[in-house]
Design a protein around this ligand. Structure first.
Ligand SMILES: NC(=O)c1ccc[n+]([C@@H]2O[C@H](COP(=O)([O-])OP(=O)(O)OC[C@H]3O[C@@H](n4cnc5c(N)ncnc54)[C@H](O)[C@@H]3O)[C@@H](O)[C@H]2O)c1
Ligand SMILES: O=C(O)C[C@H](O)C(=O)O
Length: 413
């Protein structure tokens, strides 16, 4: 359980580049949802002291406000939220004017805007089970009784459509003994066909490619989009988030750190040695012995294979991938929503190296990739520099293979 000093510590250390907003939100959610009278004090502290000092962007600001309102609406512990002396700088609408007005509000409260509730229901939620049930029950009953007017209303903003293609489960992933590249023959054509449909139906969408081999399927998607005349490199992403999730987890375990504190950039690609965790760039700064670097790097690179082997033919990582995909989707939605501080690692068209596609940290914005963060590749250790050079031929071969495949069977315009 987070206490006040933890919170202060997190916020003081917050570096927007390395401390994505979601981490701060996670901490704040912990605080807001516990049934603790100190909650109001935290709200004040965040709203006044830190929000002002650290010029939190307006998005985070709104989220804090919403969380506070939701928490009070649900648990009604004692009192209305007080925002202290700087209340005039909060959004203008007052809690007393708020309401969940109808079922329609619930259905349009989708995607990013529902994330507070999604978080509440997820396994990783900071809410206890009982609180989550109470919150869910409270929210549902409010929405069902359309005539019911509660005290609170959340300012609904734009909603976004998220489509997941091919998520019914059961066939495609690799079996023990296979590499991700062994999936190429099956998945290349599936990705090609699906991206053709995306190009025809929603050419402006952010496209997240999870299907393996990602190192090749992303270049395939790029070629298809080019052939269709709708390629926007800023909106095509290979999802390498799971590598970051694994790197963070293993480093936190190894160094006895809180997972929420740890951020390890992972660059390159998403297969074997092309997965390159930059342990020297870990936040918070930690030192690793040479043996630890070697052990952790290999563990992160092989984590997917380990799962495939443990499942013994029943597929590859599913729940951790679901978590990683949810995180990347939420980050994208946040970027679309105007959050100015969204950073994720992703495999994208890139000029960081001589390779046309490369995974690195990118800044996400309303139009997709706003910037590719080059600083992670500066000042690498000797081990990392060597590993970077070593991965390039393999990654290049996978990229070339994808491009050649797509060029051999051009799509109908
Ligand atoms: N990028 C990553 O980090 C990462 C992590 C885990 C899995 N993966 C990859 O994700 C892919 C799916 O893995 P999974 O565990 O979800 O497999 P799964 O078998 O559970 O799901 C695959 C789905 O694809 C559907 N499908 C098959 N052919 C299709 C077609 N022509 N059009 C549309 N849908 C079709 C199937 O019906 C099935 O629902 C695999 O390629 C796997 O290697 C990537
Ligand atoms: O390893 C796989 O085949 C699936 C996925 O790419 C993973 O990293 O778990």
């Amino acid at each position: 359980m987070v206490d006040e000093s933890d919170l202060r510590n997190y916020l003081e250390k917050w570096d927007k580049t390395y401390w994505p907003t979601y981490k701060v939100l996670d901490v704040l959610q912990k605080v807001f949802y516990r049934s603790n009278p100190a909650r109001e004090a935290f709200v004040e502290m965040c709203a006044d002291e830190y929000v002002q000092k650290m010029t939190f962007d307006s998005y985070l600001y709104k989220r804090i406000y919403k969380m506070a309102a939701t928490s009070a609406a649900t648990f009604s512990i004692g009192a209305a939220i007080s925002f202290g002396p700087k209340a005039s700088q909060l959004p203008k609408s007052k809690p007393s004017a708020m309401r969940f007005s109808s079922q329609n509000s619930l259905t349009s409260f989708s995607g990013l805007k529902a994330s507070t509730f999604v978080n509440c229901e997820s396994e990783s939620s900071f809410l206890g089970k009982e609180s989550a049930i109470a919150l869910r029950g409270s929210f549902t009953s409010k929405a069902q009784k359309s005539s019911h007017r509660s005290q609170y209303h959340l300012n609904l903003q734009a909603s976004y459509k998220v489509a997941i293609l091919g998520a019914a489960g059961g066939i495609v992933p690799r079996k023990p003994g296979m590499t991700r590249d062994d999936l190429f023959n099956i998945n290349a054509n599936i990705v090609k066909t699906l991206v053709e449909a995306v190009a025809d139906n929603c050419p402006d969408a952010f496209i997240h490619i999870i299907s393996n081999p990602v190192n090749s399927t992303v270049p395939i998607a790029a070629e298809v989009l080019k052939q269709k005349g709708v390629y926007n490199p800023k909106k095509l992403f290979g999802v390498s988030t799971l590598d970051v999730v694994r790197a963070n987890t293993f480093v936190a375990q190894k160094k006895n750190l809180k997972l929420i504190d740890v951020d390890v950039p992972v660059v390159g690609g998403h297969a074997g040695i092309t997965i390159l965790p930059l342990l020297s760039k870990t936040k918070p700064s930690v030192s690793f012995s040479d043996e630890e670097v070697q052990e952790l790097t290999v563990k992160i690179q092989n984590a997917g294979t380990e799962v495939v082997e443990a499942k013994a033919g029943a597929g590859s990582a599913t729940l951790s991938m679901a978590y990683a995909a949810a995180r990347f989707v939420e980050s994208s939605l946040r970027a679309l929503d105007g959050d100015a501080d969204v950073y994720e690692c992703s495999y994208v068209q890139s000029d960081l190296t001589e390779l046309p596609f490369f995974a690195s940290r990118v800044k996400l914005g309303r139009n997709g990739v706003e910037a590719i963060i080059s600083s992670d590749l500066q000042g690498l250790t000797g081990y990392e520099q060597k590993a970077l050079e070593a991965l390039k031929p393999e990654l290049k071969a996978s990229i070339d293979k994808g491009i050649a495949f797509a060029q051999k069977q051009p799509v109908a315009a």
